[in-house]
Design a protein around this ligand. Structure first.
Ligand SMILES: C[S@@+](CC[C@H](N)C(=O)[O-])C[C@H]1O[C@@H](n2cnc3c(N)ncnc32)[C@H](O)[C@@H]1O
Length: 491
């Protein structure tokens, strides 16, 4: 039965880039330079905290210069525990607009299409075209229109894609480790392909050495900073807006909007508008909710941090209809009619009931022997409904056994126990990556424990559960309230 149930990964670094790029001709921008020297003083003395790096001062000045920041802007960048963040300069009401960024400053596949590399990026995946764009702009250094923005990007995050081998050992046995390795392999393959097909054949456009680490840097920047939920925009990096950090205190996600509005002195355009989901006092940080649906493993991979909230702990069960199953075709047909496939993924979250369809799919996969009649075509429209409830003792016993064995086997793959992890946490003084590793492995183990408990309880109830045949007899009026068989007696 090993093929009935497999637990497998749920889904599918960095170097400091040289900012000086000698191959681009220098075009002095007197307007920008002149204005900058004026604003730098103003900014330095009155506006931004002196602890904020110079790169951020220059970026702030650039935002003013380009009209994205005015005297009315109620936030400014600040150094906060999450790195850089946006801090309220006055009290801000809930739902109040904190910033607006005109479309001409959005970096998305459309912006790449109209850039110098547009023609060679047209067939690429959206994220790859934006990654190449960012890398190229980074290498252009002084010559890039985006220089002040790119200068405030971090060199990396704590995403597991950047962890050393030693650090990855701390998540040994976790699904996050397999997902991380899968993602790294995917990015490596994409880099090799784009290097061969786009970068090397276009030396004029990419006259600098682009390494795998550079590509990973861009990938990590996009995963952690791109907004993906705007209407018609499936990937967009927005200067200024991407300085905003996440807080679990925010429980809504409708903070980002695309609106029409003034985008300069005489122009009107789409604006990316960010509203504060919370009311804030001056000096407090503005936060949003990045994604309510992401598990801690997703957060670790994308953003390089996790929440202590156990609701984010999850484990993905992967179920499969084996091709060697004698009823493979019928089972697959039933699964497909009901929105599943040969393989089905079920995300199980801590503290929540089993996901819809999991028990049906399990019972379907385990169906055989005397229950196989349910696979006949006359039952095709009703079988999924039957599978909602236990089919037979043998079927229910099998699913319990298989799930429990899989949980035990997964639990044996972790190199620490929940108790051991909790002791480490109590001791404190952990690096952010080790703290994440402990959080992730404890979370996964707790979910596995929870799944095992559910099926353990079910196993203990096998004798008292009602099965298909009994229900059927009841439906036909042939079983009494006490479970006794009623014989037909002529009146
Ligand atoms: C969109 S950027 C926000 C700006 C970022 N703090 C910076 O310094 O540029 C997202 C990154 O900020 C950090 N971050 C955001 N919210 C966080 C949180 N609640 N805890 C820890 N790090 C956070 C993570 O490094 C994440 O990848």
């Amino acid at each position: 039965m090993a093929s009935l149930f497999t637990i497998s990964p749920s889904t599918p670094s960095s170097s400091i880039l040289k900012t000086h790029f000698p191959f681009f001709k220098t075009k002095p921008s007197f307007r920008r330079l002149k204005k900058r020297s004026f604003f730098v003083n103003a900014v330095l003395t009155t506006e931004i905290d002196p602890n904020v790096p110079q790169t951020v001062h220059r970026f702030w000045e650039w935002l003013k210069d380009e009209g994205m920041v005015s005297g009315k802007t109620p936030v400014k960048p600040g150094v906060v525990p999450e790195g850089l963040g946006l801090v309220a300069t006055r009290d801000i009401g809930r739902n109040e607009v904190v910033l607006e960024v005109p479309r001409k400053f959005w970096i998305n596949p459309d912006a790449v299409a109209t850039s110098e590399i547009g023609s060679i990026c047209s067939g690429l995946k959206p994220w790859i075209s934006v990654a190449l764009f960012l890398l190229r702009e980074k290498f252009k250094g002084e010559e890039s229109k985006w220089k002040y923005y790119i200068d405030v990007f971090p060199e990396g995050t704590n995403s597991t894609i950047y962890w050393s081998e030693e650090e990855l050992l701390e998540i040994q046995g976790t699904q996050l480790l397999s997902t991380t390795l899968g993602v790294k392999e995917y990015v490596q393959n994409e880099f090799r392909r784009v290097e061969e097909e786009v970068i090397l054949p276009n030396k004029k456009l990419f006259p600098f050495p682009l390494t795998m680490d550079d590509f990973f840097w861009a990938f990590g920047i996009l995963r952690s900073r791109a907004f993906s939920r705007l209407r018609n925009q499936n990937l967009v990096v927005i200067p200024f807006a991407d300085l905003i950090n996440h807080s679990s205190k925010v429980t809504t996600e409708d903070h980002a909007h695309e609106v029409r509005g003034p985008a300069g002195l005489f122009s009107w355009d789409y604006l990316f508008q960010l509203r504060s989901p919370l009311s804030l006092k001056a000096g407090e940080q503005v936060f949003i909710q990045y994604d309510l649906n992401k598990s801690n493993a997703d957060m670790a991979l994308d953003y390089g941090f996790i929440e202590s909230n156990p609701d984010r702990d999850a484990f993905t069960l992967t179920l499969e209809i084996s091709e060697s199953d004698e009823f493979f075709a019928d089972k697959l047909d039933i699964a497909e009619v009901n929105g599943f496939g040969e393989t089905a993924y079920f995300d199980i979250k801590y503290g929540q009931s089993l996901p819809t369809g999991l028990l049906q799919y399990l019972r379907l996969v385990a169906l055989g022997g005397t229950d196989a009649f349910l696979l006949e075509s006359i039952f095709r429209n009703s079988v999924w409904g039957f599978l909602e409830l236990p089919v037979s003792r043998a079927n229910e016993e099998l699913i319990c056994k298989v799930v429990r064995n899989a949980c035990k086997s997964a639990l044996s793959g972790y190199h620490t126990t929940i108790e051991g992890d909790e002791k480490l946490k109590e001791k404190g003084n952990l690096s952010p990556r080790l703290e994440m590793a402990i959080g992730i492995r404890t979370g996964e183990k707790k979910v596995l424990q929870q799944i095992d408990d559910v099926f353990k309880d079910r196993e203990s109830e096998l004798d008292t559960l009602e099965y298909y045949q009994e229900r059927r007899l009841k439906d036909l009026g042939l079983v009494g309230e006490q479970g006794d068989i009623i014989f037909w007696e002529p009146k």
